[in-house]
Design a protein. Structure first.
Length: 318
């Protein structure tokens, strides 16, 4: 009896264990399934250890991090800015004035000739005996400031010493012109000597500036038939003499011009005196305000329809 009871107890205990095992196993299995399918915030499943590792950081992987920022790649960044390429950027703003010649429909202007208004008065301010940079540069500065140009009749033997100034003349549209090589009284020379004086001056000006003069002025205006026949160039004299070389007074020089000059006049001054530079700095704005265009001798001839002829003397050009 005891033995049978013992057997029954053992059997009951074993049956109880069998009933508990599925529940315990289900719990373990459920925990295992829960670990496998646990979802992250983005809806992606991770094992427990992977999820825990990523849940503690906000850093994105490189590819995701780039996608999540506001920094554009260079090409896109340029496309997203308000900076336009040069052509587009200028499309909405006024452009500087077109080339004056084109704007006035003046085709094929000769070298050294600007586009000017032929209906407005023109005068030619001219300067002898240079170059001399201390004066010439001041003259060019004020001319440029007011849109004027002038003619410099230069002595050839002075040109190499003022090469930079002479180069500036040519580069900026001033007229470089011949005043002989050594400034002699040509009336005292023979034909060959006159030609040598003229040619040497032309050669040195061209060598320094790249421009060969097309007009010349006789030293002191001295002439005779031999001179007229031997220069081989148009001879430009003057009809307004400021006597600046004599007075060396800026005011006297100004007074010799203002109120006296008229359309087509050629004014004589000299590039050697600071008083002449000062006079020019007063004359230029005053003349421009009176409606005069300040031009080179060659421009004056062009717009007055005059062909300058070798050996011919011109005091004014109208």
């Amino acid at each position: 009896m005891k033995k049978r009871l013992k057997t029954m107890l053992v059997a009951g205990f074993m049956a109880g264990l069998m009933m508990i095992q599925p529940v315990y196993g289900a719990e373990v299995t459920s925990a295992a399934v829960k670990q496998v399918i646990r979802m992250d915030a983005q809806g992606v499943g991770h094992p427990d250890n992977a999820q825990e590792n990523s849940s503690d950081v906000n850093a994105l992987a490189p590819a995701e991090q780039a996608a999540d920022t506001n920094v554009l790649p260079p090409a896109e960044q340029a496309a997203d800015t308000n900076v336009l390429p040069p052509a587009e950027q200028t499309a909405g703003v006024p452009l500087p004035p077109a080339d004056t010649a084109a704007a006035q429909n003046v085709p094929n202007l000769p070298a050294g000739i600007r586009a000017l208004d032929p209906t407005k008065p023109m005068i030619a301010l001219t300067y002898d005996d240079g170059p001399f940079a201390a004066v010439g540069n001041r003259i060019m500065d004020v001319m440029n400031l007011y849109g004027g140009k002038c003619t410099f009749f230069m002595v050839g033997n002075r040109v190499p010493s003022y090469a930079t100034e002479v180069q500036r003349m040519a580069r900026e549209g001033f007229e470089v012109a011949n005043h002989t090589q050594d400034h002699p009284n040509l009336k005292k020379l023979g034909a060959a000597q006159i030609q040598a004086q003229v040619n040497a001056c032309n050669d040195v000006i061209q060598a320094v500036s790249g421009v060969r003069p097309t007009v010349m002025r006789l030293p002191g205006g001295n002439k005779n038939n031999t001179v007229l026949a031997s220069t081989g160039m148009p001879i430009i004299l003057w009809n307004i003499d400021t006597n600046d070389w004599k007075t060396k007074s800026a005011q006297a020089t100004v007074n010799a011009v203002l109120g006296k000059v008229k359309d087509g006049d050629i004014v004589l001054m000299h590039e050697l005196y600071s008083s002449t530079a000062a006079a020019t700095e007063t004359l230029v704005p005053a003349l421009v305000s009176q409606g005069f265009q300040l031009v080179t001798v060659s421009e004056l001839a062009f717009y007055k329809g005059k062909t300058l002829t070798a050996g011919q003397v011109y005091y004014s050009i109208r």
